[in-house]
Design a protein around this ligand. Sequence first.
Ligand SMILES: Cc1cc2nc3c(=O)[nH]c(=O)nc-3n(C[C@H](O)[C@H](O)[C@H](O)COP(=O)(O)OP(=O)(O)OC[C@H]3O[C@@H](n4cnc5c(N)ncnc54)[C@H](O)[C@@H]3O)c2cc1C
Length: 395
Amino acid sequence: MKIAVVGCGVAGMAAALALARRGCQVQLLEAFAEPRPLGSGLLLQPSGLAALKVLDLAEPVIVRGARVDELDGRDLAGRRVMAMRYADWRPQAFGVGVHRATLFGVLHEALAPAGVEVRTGVEIVGWEDPDAPRLIDAAGGVHGPFDLVVVADGAASRLRELLRPRAKAPVYPWGAVWANARDPDGVFAGALSQRYDRASTMMGVLPIGRGPDGDADLVSFFWSLPVAQMDSFLTGDLDAWRARALAMWPQAAPILAQLDRPEVFSRATYRDVRIGDWSSGRFLLIGDAAHGTSPQLGQGANLGLIDAVELAERLTPDVVKSVRGYQAARRRHAGLYQFISRWLTPLFQSGGWLGPFVRDWLFTPGSKAPGARQIAAFVLTGTLRLGRTPKALRP
Ligand SMILES: Cc1cc2nc3c(=O)[nH]c(=O)nc-3n(C[C@H](O)[C@H](O)[C@H](O)COP(=O)(O)OP(=O)(O)OC[C@H]3O[C@@H](n4cnc5c(N)ncnc54)[C@H](O)[C@@H]3O)c2cc1C
């Protein structure tokens, strides 16, 4: 079976790999001349780690990443607003913070040995003959025909617009700036730590282990802000900002000291993808292209990894039928996380007072109640689902 995967992100690479290992002939088509990871760090949940295990890639990621046992979110008075512990789900469970380049590198290195043909500098802009699709790139080149086109071109997917013109993917009004820093004393080891001032200020530190250049003890720092203020933040008075952040979170002093130039930051915006159907004939959307959401729960890459494993398991020579079966199986899991992320995001990233008031009123006592803690841990691990268990999550 000949398959095109459009987009060399986490979801695209994982899908290309899983499908090639099932004997499919896979071409991975990527717009960038040199595919590269964007942003700084991300948190892999037990769900994503389980999918990586199916791909035989969990170990190299775990070894290079940093173990995370809990999410510890506090207000400025030090009161715990969020306390989610992986051990409340299963005693041995943990998450792994990774540099994006680590995850990218581990997936990318596995492509050639599996027989995936990677073509870069190929921006797909359309296709002809939907029954035996040939993909057309921006330079007029034609690729294919293919039995299946897996569309993994991210939250701002261009192909989604063509396949599903009525789909919506608005950018969230709030985003974040991110930067990597060193934490040689391990002040932030073991937890994703966050500080909140209502919902108008949120900052956090995620340990991510080793970087691509061999740097150890890395952390990702993020600062939430409205998308409309990103430019003025990066051209503004960083010293004044650091003084303000330091006053709110003195423990972060060694990290903030390293964030002294605008060049250390990368910008992040997110989209809320709303789409009726992920498949159309021989085309299937996966990853952020299908179900992009805010990273409030740290699930996007994990969902993309599970998509990949599930698709490879379900694909049969009856392509159209099997992608519909895949969609039916994946929708409830991904849709549930989209729903929760959509609901949670304004409680942590917005200008009003009501959202954070409700958040603190609900979550502060909830973080201590045993039943509520278990539910929170279930959500965090990426394993909460309605309906059938995806293959990657089966024991
Ligand atoms: C600030 C931030 C923090 C996050 N934190 C976490 C976290 O902690 N845990 C987690 O699991 N997730 C997290 N996420 C979400 C995660 O980054 C995404 O869900 C994931 O990277 C999506 O992967 P993808 O492969 O679907 O898309 P992408 O990574 O966006 O990849 C899409 C690829 O397609 C290529 N492309 C685009 N258009 C075309 C075209 N027309 N032709 C060819 N190629 C094309 C792009 O160049 C790109 O390489 C976070 C996201 C953000 C923004």
